[in-house]
Design a binder for this molecule. Sequence first.
Ligand code: RIB
Ligand code: CA
Length: 310
Amino acid sequence: MSRKIIIDTDPGQDDALAILLALASPELEVLGITTVAGNVPLALTQANARKVVELAGKSVPVMAGCDRPMVRPLQTAEHVHGKTGLDGADLPEPSLPLDPRHGVDFIIDTLRQAAPGTVTLCPLGALTNIATAFTRAPDIVDRVQEIVLMGGGFFEGGNITPAAEFNIFVDPEAADIVLRCGRPVTIIPLDCTHKALITPARLAAFADLGTRVGEVVAGWLNFFERFDVEKYGSEGGPLHDPCVIAFLLRPDLFQGRFCNVEVELGSELTRGMTVADWWGVTKRPANATWIRDIDADGYFALLTERLARL
Ligand code: RIB
Ligand code: CA
């Protein structure tokens, strides 16, 4: 029995690999892909998601969701992902049409129609669509099987400010709603993804697939990783978003702890900071599983093996 998932995303090269991994994995049934403004504006993230689905040779509904955060003005990340959001490889304009349903409506309707506890939400960008759906239709929250998201950072600090990771920073109010929703939440933060670096050998393994997918992925990652390599002086950039899908497929590759995680909303200095009470120094109730470690070799081996199937 495959696991039903909704991917909520702001492609983004790393989002694109997460989508490809999910579409290449028979253990998962991708019910739909809802897009959100984040790395680049919504007009681009929705088109990029359709390009990726087409690259995979699949047909999955892609919806456009929210074009801005719940409260704050949109901040994008072209400095990381390029002006298209998928710089590094040229893909044709998608022939897959945009599904006319709004992404938030798709999340609400899908959860209402599915048996309770059978749909997993996989947010890879700002949490605006998820939080808006929960706010507009509180009855769907208890129907969610679990939420596995990429976002946050604590021991690693932030990547868009010294304190905050981009996905949470863009819409901290949305993150707060999701963190307080009461359903099982697994957070894959920078503390984990910064241990999953795109080393030259790992990049070469994608290029050596000898397929169109391998060629495109290698082009994307060559472009995408330069920001982190220049910033951190590391031997490669962190491959963030596919960790969410890999966690669903191989949770044994990850290690973390159930603890309290809250997000800063009031301070401009630390806006969007995720405060993980890893050592349990407060009496705040645990509300999320915070992932801190990954078997990076196992992660990249899984990615490469699955992308070879497309
Ligand atoms: O901070 C990394 C996250 O922000 C990733 O999801 C990346 O795609 C961007 O959305
Ligand atoms: Ca993303």
